[in-house]
Design a protein around this ligand. Sequence first.
Ligand SMILES: CC(C)(COP(=O)(O)OP(=O)(O)OC[C@H]1O[C@@H](n2cnc3c(N)ncnc32)[C@H](O)[C@@H]1OP(=O)(O)O)[C@@H](O)C(=O)NCCC(=O)NCCS
Length: 188
Amino acid sequence: MVTIATERLVLRPLVGADAAHLHATLFCDPVVCRHFCGPTWSLEEVTNWVGYHRLDTRWGDIGYLAIVRRADDGVLGVAGLRPYVANWTALQATSGAGVAHLETELSYALGQDHWGQGYATEACGALVHYAFETLRLPRIAYGVHVDNTRSWQLMKRLGFRFVRHEQPTNWDSVVGILDHPAMRPAAD
Ligand SMILES: CC(C)(COP(=O)(O)OP(=O)(O)OC[C@H]1O[C@@H](n2cnc3c(N)ncnc32)[C@H](O)[C@@H]1OP(=O)(O)O)[C@@H](O)C(=O)NCCC(=O)NCCS
């Protein structure tokens, strides 16, 4: 997978040395973890997670990338495109088969010290551009918990539309969809 540069950030593949930093800034913080990974994680778990996701981006076109600030090389968090088995799409099936679609989701987390500065909008905007312009994906679909206000505000800033979730889980009571620009209905 490519490295993606924006005005203030670089999104680059994870490296082993990221584990300790991501543990301290994301995975140790119950506020960040609540909607991202559930309970807080040990350093060993984060090291395994980084090792696993490094392979995603080494061999594939999607996966988690480190969000790095260009000014000081600080690692602010992670963002990535991920496969997403979307059970809510089964309910939309017109054939009545109730078969779920495999979607692509956008996933992200920033250390709390870096919230409120537009970094997530900048990083995720670049990933959306990559998803549509390089990968030519038809759409990105993503489930968010209704209490995760910052996350669905971010999705609104990125242009996601929200649809009703008939059978929400603990993770996804709101479903956002962002269609490829060529597949959006023409404005009146
Ligand atoms: C979701 C998450 C990444 C959003 O972070 P965030 O700081 O709200 O989002 P951004 O970095 O885009 O910053 C937006 C804020 O910066 C402000 N801002 C400043 N400069 C900006 C710029 N250049 N562009 C956009 N916004 C800017 C915006 O007005 C907004 O302000 P607000 O906090 O008063 O609403 C963060 O809350 C998080 O990591 N949460 C825990 C993990 C998580 O829930 N992940 C998603 C699971 S569904």
